[in-house]
Design a protein around this ligand. Structure first.
Ligand code: C2O
Ligand code: CU
Length: 500
């Protein structure tokens, strides 16, 4: 491990020489330093469940600041939705209209974007819809899509990364009734658990901090990465689970980190759903990579009654740094533990079939477009927006994001082929207001767990997507597409499209 760390230090130095203008090695060392040892054994926090149907399909969310102790006894300032940190899990039924009020009790402009929810542009919560401090926004969300795990997070202009980092993240569960039909684990908090994965740099005084004016070039180039993994806001927590099948709704809500998940005993588990909903059949895997903003639902069998750790491997996507784990090693690190209890399992069997996704026919695509995502690594620096130290050329097709520019016009009810190319590093590409099928990834057909409807995909080099446009968006209320590394997004790796 020491050796691996040394070679990483060496790689860093090479990087510092190759991109001399970017950063000093002092910055590099501080950035990848080892954090406080984590106190193990806190119970996995389970976010409050808001079952919209039980409260007349009316939901109030308050974006607020609070205090949360990542390290016991050392509370620090954080943000949350109606909570000191993170937010509730909102369960909504298909076919209903949910009245949502969003109150901004922060001292900064915010927005709430419903990531993965298929709603018109005027309800999308992008940077075009700022909510000023003290203001409340009312909206009616019509829920019309299959069961899926979605999420919500801030999307204000140039401040998305910081606000999300401070804790603004919640989950939406869309429920169309198929859980019961398929007899899947569905008892919230018991055998159906939200798992929000993030990484943070936590100081010895317990604080997390994020200063838009103090980001160094590497924070922007690689996205902000911390050495401590938090799960639902806790460090290496323990979940007590029934000795049977448990469903985990995995969300990567990190600013930039990819997680390569596996269980320590390398047991097989089943992926049953991705961003847009169920796969056609469970996919058996022993490892699963999840990139920022992606969701997967998995079924894990704890019938053997053995406790096991969930681990993440080193992130492959650190360019010249090679494979680096969050703690700076090149090893897998435990991020949480599952302890089966002798309680009776509610569900024992993995179904053979799930839900056949609606067909997607590439031959009927009406257009083909190319998008080159460039994070401008090692490019010259320039000042832009709120960010100083920003490498130039962070943008799509050679253009940085401009709120006043519409980049793409699409037709409602059509599909298009979008060819994505990543430059600089792997970028998790996300499209608002639409779902897509991966036609090919790195010139190969997608693996089974990436073959369903999605809204985010990690593109290391090349991907070909079939995007289905079924929600309207006007010039005043356009949709966005962007890299979901939040520092890239804030720095301009983003575009806008309309649909009519
Ligand atoms: Cu999670 Cu622009 O989105
Ligand atoms: Cu990116």
């Amino acid at each position: 491990m020491a050796l691996a760390r040394n070679s990483m230090l060496l790689a860093r130095r090479k990087f510092a020489i190759g991109c001399g203008a970017l950063a000093s090695s002092a910055i590099l060392d501080a950035r990848f330093g080892l954090g406080e040892p984590a106190p193990a054994g806190t119970r996995l926090p389970i976010p409050m469940l808001i079952d919209a149907a039980k409260q007349g399909n009316a939901v109030h969310l308050k974006a607020m600041s609070g205090r949360h102790a990542f390290i016991e006894g050392k509370p620090t300032r954080t943000y949350g939705y109606s909570a000191p940190v993170l937010g509730p899990v909102m369960r909504v039924r298909r076919g209903v209209e949910v009245q949502v009020t969003v109150e901004n009790a922060l001292d900064a402009v915010t927005t709430v974007h419903w990531h993965g929810l298929l709603v018109p542009g005027y309800n999308d919560g992008g940077p075009q819809h700022p909510i000023k401090p003290g203001d409340t926004r009312r909206l009616v969300l019509k829920i019309d899509q299959p069961s899926a795990t979605l999420w919500f997070h801030p999307h204000p202009h140039h401040d998305t990364a910081r606000q999300t980092y401070m804790g603004l993240t919640g989950i939406i569960i869309v429920d169309d009734g198929s859980d019961a039909r398929l007899d899947l684990p569905r008892t919230y908090g018991l055998d159906d658990l939200p798992i929000v994965l993030q990484d943070r740099s936590i100081d010895s005084d317990g604080s997390i901090g994020y200063d838009n004016n103090d980001l160094n070039a590497l924070d922007i180039a690689y996205g902000d990465r911390g050495d401590t993994i938090i799960v639902n806001g806790a460090i290496t927590p323990v979940a007590k689970v029934p000795s049977g099948l448990v469903r985990l709704r995995l969300l990567n809500a990190a600013n930039a980190q990819n997680f390569d998940l596996r269980f320590k005993d390398q047991r097989t588990f089943h992926v049953i759903a991705s961003d847009g909903g169920f796969l056609s059949a469970p996919v058996a895997v022993t490892e699963l990579r999840i990139s920022p903003a992606e969701r997967f639902e998995i079924l894990v069998d704890f019938a053997d009654g053995k406790a096991v750790a969930l681990e993440t491997g080193p992130d492959d996507e650190l360019g010249v740094f090679g494979r680096v784990a969050p703690d700076g090693s090149a090893d897998y690190v435990a991020i949480m533990r599952f302890e089966p209890t002798p309680t009776m399992p509610l569900v024992k069997r993995v179904p053979n079939r799930l839900i056949e996704p609606t067909t997607a026919n590439a031959a009927s695509a009406t257009r083909r477009r190319q998008f080159v995502l460039d994070s401008g690594l090692c490019a010259n620096r320039q000042q832009a927006g709120l960010h100083t130290n920003m490498p130039a050329l962070i943008g799509i097709n050679g253009k940085a994001f401009d709120l006043a520019r519409i980049d793409v016009e699409t037709k409602l009810g059509t599909t298009e082929i979008w060819e994505i190319t990543s430059i600089g590093m792997a970028h998790p590409f996300h499209v608002h207001g639409a779902l897509f099928r991966v036609l090919s990834i790195e010139e190969q057909p997608p693996p089974a767990h990436l073959a369903g409807w999605k809204d985010t995909v990690l593109v290391e080099d090349k991907a070909k997507l079939l995007v289905a446009f079924n929600q309207p968006a006007t010039r005043q209320h356009p949709f966005m597409y962007h890299c979901h590394i939040l520092e890239h997004e804030d720095a301009g790796l983003m575009g806008q499209y309309i649909c009519s």
